[in-house]
Design a protein around this ligand. Structure first.
Ligand SMILES: [Zn+2]
Ligand SMILES: [Zn+2]
Length: 329
């Protein structure tokens, strides 16, 4: 997404019309929401680093967006020509982890007619139903092939360009979006076509390297398994390791304020990552303080979270697993 934003800005700058008319700002939301790039003309705009954090606070994101619109969009008055309607691209890959109803209602009541909103769900876990409550234009991007993202970025660029023209030409009416490349982006029309996915699609767990003392994020994705016996069939869930990524301290700032008390049992998780910083073979050792750290094996280690010396034992076959705190998504 960060690379994509840079590409969008670079190619928009090559369009003389866009250069004259387009202003960009970026509001980010994870556990919290904040404007990370104030409204700026295309020439001066510098793509910000996008934060990650535990949570998908759509309600907080919408409130921050509406505050940004109130603060920056110049309204037309009797003796002043104001700004054109802002065009909002809302990107999300998850489902809301806060209660967004009030913010959605407020958007519909006051802002829906003052701005164009294009919602883009990224990947199969995006909650399209909630996006549909915000706007009729809901698109789904499923990153399936290598060059798809580049095509997707081209589409966003083309659609900003065409909108900057059409908004300039007429005061109202529907805003055309660029022609969809249906192979990469689909207009998400019918809720029925989209399977209902709960918030248990993936598990994210944070840990900290005992040597580098920096945090990392382990991600496990749900794998559904049909378990059938002679008498019954049931849907079993397990989570397989899909990656372990270094993150920076801003993760905690961008996570939902209340410490997540969601837990997952390790017996449901498959795969143990190594530490992305120091190469320790296990990034999944739990200290008595409840936090996870990396270890080289059984023995003593100092917990980078609580500074206590911990003695780790090798787990045995009989272990029933233990509960660890997980992020909100
Ligand atoms: Zn480490
Ligand atoms: Zn500890």
């Amino acid at each position: 997404m960060e690379d994509g934003l840079g590409m969008i800005v670079r190619s928009l700058r090559q369009d003389p019309h866009a250069l004259e008319t387009v202003h960009i700002s970026v509001v980010a939301f994870a556990g919290i929401a904040r404007t990370i790039a104030p409204l700026m003309d295309l020439v001066s705009f510098y793509p910000p680093k996008l934060p990650i954090g535990s949570g998908t606070s759509l309600g907080a994101g919408l409130n921050a967006l509406m505050a940004e619109i109130d603060r920056t969009v110049v309204r037309t008055t009797a003796d002043r020509k104001g700004d054109w309607k802002p065009i909002v691209y809302l990107f999300t890959d998850g489902k809301p982890t806060d209660v967004a109803d009030a913010a959605i209602e407020r958007w519909q009541r006051t802002y829906a007619r003052k701005a164009h909103l294009i919602a883009v769900g990224l990947g199969r876990y995006a909650d399209l139903a909630v996006l549909r409550r915000l706007t009729e234009t809901v698109l789904l991007f499923e990153d399936s092939r290598e060059d798809d993202f580049a095509k997707f970025v081209k589409w966003v660029t083309a659609s900003v360009t065409s909108q900057s023209r059409s908004v300039g030409d007429s005061e109202s009416g529907a805003v055309p979006i660029a022609v969809l490349d249906e192979s990469i982006l689909s207009l998400a029309k019918t809720p029925a076509a989209q399977s209902i996915i709960g918030d248990r699609d993936c598990v994210v767990i944070v840990g900290r390297c005992q040597r580098a003392r920096k945090p990392y994020l382990m991600k496990f994705d749900r794998v559904s398994q049909q378990v059938e016996t002679r008498d019954f069939a049931l849907q079993a869930n397990r989570y397989d390791l899909t990656g372990c990524h270094p993150i920076d301290e801003s993760y905690f700032e961008w996570s939902a304020p209340a410490r997540s008390n969601l837990t997952v049992n390790t017996s449901d998780l498959f795969g143990i990552p190594g530490c992305p910083y120091c190469g320790n073979p296990s990034a999944f050792a739990q200290c008595g303080c409840g936090n996870l750290m990396c270890v080289s094996g059984p023995g003593e280690a100092v917990c980078p979270w609580c500074e206590k010396t911990v003695n780790f034992y090798a787990s045995t076959q009989e272990d029933e697993g233990f509960d660890v705190r997980r992020g909100r998504g």
